[in-house]
Write a protein that binds this ligand. Sequence first.
Ligand code: CMC
Length: 432
Amino acid sequence: MSEKLATLSFSDGKPSVDFPVLGGSVGPEVIDVRALYAKTGMFTYDPGFMSTASCRSNITYIDGDEGILQYRGYPIEQLAEHCSFLEVAYLILNGELPNQRQLEVFVDIITHHTMVHEQLVRFYSGFRRDAHPMAVLCGVVGALSAFYHDSIDINDPPSREISAFRLIAKLPTITAMSYKYNTGQPFMYPRNSLSYVENFLYMMFGTPCEERKPNPVLTRAMERILILHADHEQNASTSTVRLAGSTGANPFACIAAGIASLWGPAHGGANEAVLKMLGEIGDAKNIPSFIKRVKDKEGHAMLMGFGHRVYKNYDPRAKIIQKTCHEVLEELDLKDDKLFKLALALEKVALEDDYFIKRKLYPNVDFYSGIVYKALGIPVSMFTAIFALARTVGWIAQWTELIGDPDQKIGRPRQLFTGAAGRDFVPMEKRK
Ligand code: CMC
């Protein structure tokens, strides 16, 4: 079959130019414009990458119109129902679900990398006690490259693998330590007898003073939340990791860059912003006035936890998390939780409002995750840090894919320049 082409023509009589059209396994085809500048002397203009595929990837697929999310081809609903977080991590990293033996080996490796270098512990005392956990994560994860020199050769596959293991294993420890530091409680060393998620909750909430028994419903809820956040295609933080990775930076530095990018309220910081917003609304009777402020764009007011660049029908993760939210509140006897009721009422009003319908704005993963976290006793400032913990799996898989991609080049966008054209220097005495 002959190659499919897209023809670009110009209204000013310039000759038209052909570009190859590339197809993936599913999803929209792409026009390969790599030769555009060489052929026409022009760039494409696409702020926010609304129409740009920045790479080839075979990890995560999203169909935003149909509300589909798949990791390595498997629907998120099935993975969230049947898998452990580390099983999903193995899938994302390796492309296939592990068999029993492979899973055991993987879990064993991760479990035996959960401790951090004892000197890294001292980093924490350099932070203020009230340091935001995301600030601590940016610093401490970046600092890992100063501790694990033996695994930062990005051209060596075993080094890449050990860095991936270290990051996935240590993020729960580092994250829990940022919480312990805030509260002034002693850091808890990881316990190898616990599962990945049990261990994280133990390091968060355990103390040396008493035994802590994991609650299976709450552990499962956290497991599910981590699965839902594990990867999400070429979002802002993943693209940040890839851009940093394209320069040859080491994986610890790249993941630290991803953490910084995740922090913003339009991205991973939204879960924290949702709870702040619900707190500000306070009561269902204030919903109409809040919605009016959003619609009038008063003071940049937004309905946090709503809207998504890709999902224009519904976010499949939001459906699963809403169900998890019910289960957790039931288990904790919080069925009448005021915030959850307020969130449900707010969602109902928004989904029936023309403003949100016309703009295809639906609840996203962050709308309900904060309510689950809060019910689990996790403070608001930790929400985005837990997102980062889960997303580390996706980031490191995407970074590994990038390093092995023969098309990979240093990321270097161009611009439409609108500044002063060349002009001569003006001596001080002649300036107005
Ligand atoms: N509340 C009110 N209006 C909104 C919202 C919202 N949450 N989201 C988008 N809009 C409006 C926006 O003002 C614009 O209206 P108009 O056409 O009148 O100018 C229209 O909808 C289209 O918005 P956009 O900014 O072009 O959409 P985008 O695809 O660039 O932005 C988004 C997507 C997620 C950044 C945005 O919807 C948003 O900021 N939502 C709130 C923050 C949030 O919940 N983020 C978490 C996303 S999911 C988890 C993750 O990715 O980390």
